[in-house]
Ligand binder design. Structure first.
Ligand code: SF4
Length: 330
């Protein structure tokens, strides 16, 4: 797979629509990524071709060379999407979430994950054989003025890696979006594909690792390579962000260093993950702290074993939404 891969998306970046307040405005990533097989309008030009052949940059939304960045500079010296320095250089240069979301899908910095996501997209699961899998990094989903961030782990191989949207098309997403909908934070209870009209109110869902990993287990090296994307995303959300819910211990371990890197001051000793824990995090650069909530990940295993029930998830999300000023439905 090393010489074969998804193409870098082409075409102009499509900025998200910044809405005032937190109405249920449709996220325009649906239009950018297109719908699954079936809807009218023909194939999505941003999806990989069936043979997985790779095109050449330019990257949509790419702001160009980043002077002074690692590997930055003019023309060929700048990091390519295959370079481990690409996330750090390109994330730091993104001036908006729309720009960040346009660049992330081009990333190929982790060879193992690139090979896996594209292998899965090529071989598919039988139930989804008619789909053209996304097969690329999955960006965050939700409005750019969100006050609540929900941080998961990584896309599922046949979920986000298939549909191109976070927690969309997999059992974890079924539980998560049902809870958000019951709280009045999602326009529909089920996330099926980017053209399904789902919109979030005041919530941005994202992840510390943007590519589907084998066995849902990214390595620490992959986690660290991907870290700049989440760090920049949280920095860009900072003006409105009040609350963060982290799903699962891995997400917790990955997110705390990101917060530190983005300038938030964590308690010492570093707080341990637990379901329902709440941790105030100082913001030396702002006028208010953010509050961090821990929550078990709504993985199939956790739901099947009863470790996490839909009621437990709704309870944590509801407390976090209230903390974020979203006035959730009771
Ligand atoms: S996991 Fe992150 S850093 Fe690695 S290839 Fe995917 S988007 Fe890039």
């Amino acid at each position: 797979m090393a010489s074969r891969g998804a193409e870098v998306p082409t075409g102009p970046a499509v900025p998200r629509t910044a809405k005032g307040g937190h109405g249920l405005a449709a996220d325009d990533s649906a239009a950018r990524r297109g719908a699954p097989p079936g809807p009218p309008g023909g194939p999505d030009p941003h999806r990989p071709p069936p043979d997985g052949l790779r095109a050449t940059p330019p990257v949509p939304g790419d702001p160009g060379p980043v002077p002074g960045s690692p590997g930055g500079g003019p023309g060929p010296l700048r990091p390519s999407p295959d370079d481990p320095g690409f996330p750090a250089a390109r994330a730091a240069a993104a001036g908006s979430l729309a720009e960040l979301d346009a660049v992330v899908p081009a990333c190929r910095a982790c060879p193992r994950l690139v090979a896996w996501r594209e292998e899965v997209a090529r071989t598919k699961r039988a139930a989804f054989r008619d789909w053209t899998y996304w097969g690329r990094p999955v960006t965050g989903f939700g409005p750019p003025d969100a006050t609540l961030a929900v941080v998961g782990l990584a896309p599922a191989a046949h979920g986000g890696n298939r549909t191109g949207r976070a927690f969309t098309g997999d059992p974890s997403g079924d539980v998560l979006y049902a809870a958000l909908h019951s709280l009045g934070l999602a326009s529909r209870p089920v996330a099926e594909h980017p053209g399904d009209g789902l919109a979030l109110r005041g919530v941005r869902i994202t992840m510390p690792v943007h590519c589907a990993p084998p066995d849902n287990r990214p390595t620490t090296g992959e986690r660290d390579t991907c870290r700049p994307w989440l760090a920049r995303e949280l920095e860009l959300l900072r003006p409105t962000l009040r609350t963060i819910v982290v799903l699962g211990a891995f997400g917790w371990q990955a997110t705390l260093p990101v917060l530190g890197r983005a300038g938030w001051r964590l308690p010492r000793p570093r707080p341990a993950f637990g379901h329902g824990v709440e941790v105030p995090v100082e913001d030396p650069l702002g006028d208010r702290p953010v509050r961090l909530f821990g929550c078990y990940h709504p993985s199939r295993r956790n739901i099947f074993t009863g470790r996490l029930t839909p009621a437990m998830l709704r309870d944590v999300l509801g407390r976090a939404a209230a903390d974020a000023g979203l006035e959730p439905r009771t």
